[in-house]
Design a protein around this ligand. Structure first.
Ligand SMILES: *Cc1c(COP(=O)(O)O)cnc(C)c1O
Length: 406
């Protein structure tokens, strides 16, 4: 037996030790050769060499300051589950190569679908693929050739239209990024209407009451979908259950390691029928875009068991409270302008005392802010994806932010 393919307990324990400690090599790729080495340095040396760049060279998404992007920190149980996944390397393409992992994905889909009014679906590597899958189903199950979406819809909608050769009609938004409902064509009987629940730039939710009017309604809830698990916030997405399909990125607000997302359908049987291919060597039809497909449902199932729905809700509610706290601090400062009350954990603001966005950005803690462009102007952007966030550092810069000290 080649020992590289067995569980080397000492090696695995060392890997965990490196993960949990601060030792290891420098956080750069300096020690990694530029060319492919002819002979290897061995497993342990490879781990020691990479611990620095991979672990310490990473942006720390769990730091108290992390408040800039939709990438959350991940709970440690997902790390363990991912290690297990790598070791058994199941392929959900074929029942033979994943006797239980396929059932695990089904269980996760069955558990989550009802929160969105859907009756099934499957997992994909991200909402980019989820959106492409949804528009493919809309085209081939409902026969639509035209997609109607707002100008704030995610760029993956434009990509999907290009790939699927669908015509895209872009509807303008208001300043905070919500589709202008009165600009949506009255007759959508030959269209797929895409509504966004939590736009990427500003977190706006399109009026979901528009759902159900089109031949197919797809709701891109990549970011804000998990609010459905929160008793406090689920109502923000009311109307989502009328959609024909819903995309949710689990590697955003469900705290999953990448690449993990769900495409859910109100009538999964009908949708999957339009997305199915047989194959001589396949025992079950291949549904959707992916061929070989890993068991990304395993870490998600582990967390749904570990935390339950209320555990997810508590973390998401805490993130929402962080966003509300930051928004109220900005509102109470005459030197700062808040774009709008945060609806889904995104906060946008800008200085209105003569400083530029870059002046302010340079003084904010690393990883605490990003920027976006609204009506040709730059705005600060924060995303409450980090339940561990402590806004103290950010708020103290904002409070001390008088122009003379900048
Ligand atoms: C992030 C995002 C996407 C794309 O999802 P990925 O998981 O990054 O592929 C699509 N739509 C919206 C609204 C998003 O925020």
């Amino acid at each position: 037996m080649d020992p590289s393919f067995t569980a080397d307990k000492a090696g695995l324990l060392r890997a965990v030790e490196l993960l949990a400690s601060q030792d290891g090599s420098a956080p750069t790729l300096q020690a990694v050769p530029l060319g492919l080495p002819d002979s290897g340095i061995g497993e342990m040396a490879a781990l020691e060499l990479l611990a620095g760049p991979v672990l310490r060279g990473a942006r720390n998404l769990a730091s108290a300051d992390a408040f800039a992007h939709m990438d959350p920190p991940t709970p440690w149980v997902t790390w363990a589950a991912t290690l297990w996944n790598a070791s058994v390397n199941q392929n959900l393409l074929h029942p033979d190569t994943a006797p239980v992992a396929r059932a695990i994905e089904q269980r996760v889909v069955d558990w989550l679908s009802p929160y969105f009014g859907m009756d099934g679906g499957h997992m994909v590597p991200g909402s980019t693929v989820a959106n492409l899958t949804a528009l493919w189903a809309a085209r081939d199950a409902a026969g639509v050739r035209t997609v109607v979406a707002s100008s704030a819809a995610h760029l993956s909608i434009r990509k999907a239209c290009k790939i699927l050769d669908l015509k895209l009609i872009e509807i303008p938004t208001d300043r905070r990024g919500m589709i202008q409902a009165d600009q949506v064509p009255a007759d959508l009987s030959a269209c797929c209407l895409v509504l966004t629940a939590g736009t990427t730039g500003t977190g706006a939710i399109d009026p979901l009451a528009l759902a159900g009017r089109a031949a197919w309604t797809h709701i891109d809830a990549a970011w804000a979908g998990p609010l459905r698990l929160s008793g406090q916030h689920a109502q923000r997405l009311r109307g989502i259950e009328v959609a024909d399909s819903v995309a949710v990125s689990a590697h955003k607000w469900l705290f999953q390691p990448k690449e993990s997302a769900l495409i859910l359908f109100r009538d999964a049987k009908r949708a999957h029928a339009a997305l199915s291919f047989g194959g001589a060597y396949l025992a079950a039809p291949n549904v959707g875009i992916l061929g070989s497909h890993g068991a990304v449902a395993v870490p998600l199932l582990a967390m749904l068991l570990a935390w339950g729905r209320t555990g997810f809700a508590a973390r998401i509610d805490r993130c929402m409270a962080h966003a509300a706290d930051l928004a109220s601090a900005i509102k109470s400062d005459a030197r700062l302008q808040l774009l709008a009350e945060p609806e889904t954990g995104l906060v946008n603001w800008r200085p209105i005392d003569g400083r530029t966005i870059d002046d302010v950005l340079a003084r904010l803690p690393t990883g605490s802010a990003s920027t976006t462009v609204i009506d040709n102007e730059r705005w600060m952007r924060h995303v409450a994806a980090n339940p561990n966030a402590n806004l103290g550092g950010l708020l103290s810069v904002l409070r001390g932010a008088d122009p003379s000290s900048a």
